[in-house]
Design a protein around this ligand. Structure first.
Ligand SMILES: [Zn+2]
Length: 206
């Protein structure tokens, strides 16, 4: 047991610690754990052993957020009401703090889950994980303009740290990405209507 714990501590030390929020002075800094490289971080079993009986495992395909089924490929999620942040990620699994996210709007919850999922595909980069979440929201049709505002209101309270840009900046980057995606989606329709306009203008020359 002691050996296993030592391994876990080593894995933790090897993992990069990322905070979705800037913590209060004196509070535990580590809030969102993300891997560097492909092997650091505990297995989901070791993590469950470490965090104790309050946490529970949800197998991939079984997680619902406010009635919406979500997935991150085949990765399971650990629901941990004692986790220091809203969500986190280790290679191969995600962590959600069900207690901490409970007061948030559905779209903000989906953003948090998708941000952590983004780390699985995009690595440690916080902005890339943010943009992954926004892309998913547009593609899977759970993100609208109101949701984007909710995400901004949520993230803008966060100060940032060595790895997380300040919340207002993250909001700005995500909002621009959202706008670009929405414009891209509506462009074919715009192009069609401008072609129609041109055809009408050219009509008399026939
Ligand atoms: Zn992150």
């Amino acid at each position: 047991m002691r050996h296993r714990r030592a391994n876990f501590a080593l894995a933790l030390a090897g993992a990069l610690f990322f905070a979705l929020c800037a913590s209060l002075p004196g509070a535990l800094q580590a809030q969102e754990w993300v891997f560097r490289g492909s092997t650091s971080g505990p297995t989901v079993g070791a993590y469950l052993d470490e965090v104790g009986p309050d946490a529970s495992l949800v197998e991939h395909g079984a997680l619902m957020i406010d009635g919406k089924r979500v997935n991150c490929g085949k990765r399971p999620t650990v629901l941990n009401p004692n986790f220091d942040s809203w969500g986190g990620a280790f290679p191969g699994f995600l962590i959600l703090n069900t207690k901490k996210i409970s007061g948030l709007s559905t779209q903000v919850k989906l953003y948090i889950y998708s941000h952590e999922c983004g780390h699985q595909f995009e690595g440690a980069d916080e902005i890339k994980a943010d943009l992954f979440a926004i892309r998913r929201g547009v593609k899977w049709d759970w993100l609208d303009a109101q949701g984007m505002e909710d995400i901004c209101a949520f993230i803008s309270q966060l100060k940032g740290d060595s790895v997380h840009p300040p919340g207002p900046k993250r909001c700005d980057i995500m909002r621009k990405h959202y706008q670009a995606l929405i414009e891209k989606e509506s462009r074919p329709a715009t192009a069609r209507s401008s072609t129609t306009t041109r055809a009408q203008t050219l009509g008399p020359a026939r």
